[in-house]
Design a protein around this ligand. Structure first.
Ligand code: GLU
Length: 431
């Protein structure tokens, strides 16, 4: 049996991280079994469905690398199919008209039982299920009905979706029975929770997947992180490439209980991926980020930007974080961290030291990290201070920050003219 799954977003909003996780689990399951991953657009709500949302959802899926098989199906183009299926039930006396709507009466007192591959046996008495709308009076199908018609017609073998749909499953099973079609396997994956274990909401961080792209998370990191929301490879491995995930993904290791979305963990993971990413990956992303901030112009030199990337890539969590940390290298308008200023520039001698260091650096015939370091150590010795007493205030004067990469390399890349200018500006303000 070929595994065939589907992801069925409604284009009434952008891609929620929870939906992205659902798409990913379906995709991993399909790829693991060399099956098919179909896309079905549940767009029968013509008021709330919008083309822009659809485009953004497809774009997010592409960005994550979740390629689908064949063309997407649009429910809005299949209204006739749903109507015919409902009319079939009407003609068999299993449905009735209610004005323009078609309803499916549910006989109370029956038990619907099914095996969920995550939750085990589920039993519901039909007393708890109201009569179901099949076709609404505006001619559009109700979700449960269209879902059953499509899942059976497209021979979906496993329905993998969020467990907020668990209560829909018995209703759908009644419809499979009435339509005399074979139901798929059901797999309800756990809800995503925030770190306080309440349902994930904006309070816990962005819920729109695209926002993570904008902030500068890499798709590989997001895929790795989302895969571990409710699934685990066993052991304590956390960094898994997409190939590892496809090889190891297995429904038997999907948990029943809520999966916690820990932004700090995602950021850590992203930093690991950023550290490993080659310059070819970094450069276009950084160029885009710099352009968006107006920090890139015709004179910008990719080779030089590459040096800045090498300097910072091991110490940032996101591309946004990179731009924040390295801001002083890209623009003259960068903020001074007030704490850093207080700590490093308010020392009585700071201004005089910076001035002396600037004079010393000005005389350097060669501008490289070794020469800069030599000048710094020699001056510190002459002034009978520690090299750190020059290094710390210099870092704040040049970058506005108290922490950062190796100062001598940083100054080497910042360039002589800029370094001297910033040291003297700071010294002037202090003296
Ligand atoms: N459009 C539904 C949703 O986004 C699909 C549910 C399903 O997978 O059956 O929740």
């Amino acid at each position: 049996m070929t595994v065939r799954v589907r992801f069925a977003p409604s284009p009434t909003g952008t891609l929620h991280v929870g939906s992205a996780r659902t798409a990913l689990f379906n995709w991993l399951f399909a790829r693991h079994h060399q099956g098919e991953f179909l896309l079905r657009i549940e767009d029968t709500d013509s008021v709330r469905s919008r083309e822009e949302f659809l485009e953004e959802i497809l774009d997010s899926l592409r960005w994550l690398g979740l390629n689908w098989d064949g063309e997407p199906t649009f429910q809005s183009k299949r209204l006739k199919v749903y109507r015919e299926a409902a009319e079939g039930l009407l003609s068999r006396g299993l449905a009735r008209l209610d004005g323009k709507a078609i309803l499916f009466p549910v006989t109370p007192g029956q038990v619907v039982q099914f095996e969920d591959l995550v939750h085990g046996t589920n039993q519901v008495n039909t007393l708890e299920i109201k009569d179901q709308v099949l076709i609404k009076s505006d001619g559009t199908p109700a979700y449960n009905f269209a879902c059953v018609v499509d899942d059976s017609e497209f021979k979906i073998t496993h329905v993998i979706r969020g467990d907020d749909h668990l209560s829909n499953t018995p209703k759908q099973l009644l419809l499979y029975r009435a339509l005399q079609r074979t139901p798929p396997h059901f797999v309800h994956i756990p809800l995503i929770l925030g770190t306080d274990r309440s349902r994930l909401s904006k309070r816990h961080g962005a819920t729109n997947l695209n926002e993570y792209r904008r902030i500068g998370y890499l798709p590989e990191a997001i895929v790795n992180f989302l895969a571990l929301l409710g699934w685990s490879p066993g052991g304590d491995r956390e960094i898994l490439s997409v190939q590892d995930l496809v090889r190891e993904f297995d429904l038997s290791r999907v948990g029943k209980t809520g999966a916690v979305f820990d932004l700090a963990k995602l950021s850590w993971m992203n930093s690991q991926y950023l550290k490993q990413a080659p310059l070819e990956t970094w450069l276009p992303l950084i160029q885009q980020a710099l352009q968006a901030r107006g920090w890139w112009n015709d004179a910008s030199d990719p080779a030089w930007v590459g040096k800045v990337i090498e300097l910072y890539k091991g110490r940032v969590e996101t591309l946004e974080d990179f731009c924040r940390q390295a801001q002083g290298l890209f623009t003259e308008e960068f903020p001074f961290d007030p704490e850093a200023v207080q700590l490093r520039l308010k020392e009585p001698q700071a201004g005089a030291h910076l001035e002396a260091f600037a004079d010393r650096l000005e005389r350097l015939p060669l501008w490289d990290s070794t020469s800069i370091e030599g000048a710094c150590r020699a001056l510190a010795e002459e002034l009978k201070i520690k090299a750190a007493d020059l290094i710390h205030p210099t870092r704040v004067a040049v970058t506005g920050r108290s922490v950062g990469p190796s100062l001598f390399h940083l100054l080497g890349i910042a360039g002589k003219e800029r370094t001297l200018k910033r040291l003297r500006q700071a010294a002037e303000r202090l003296c």
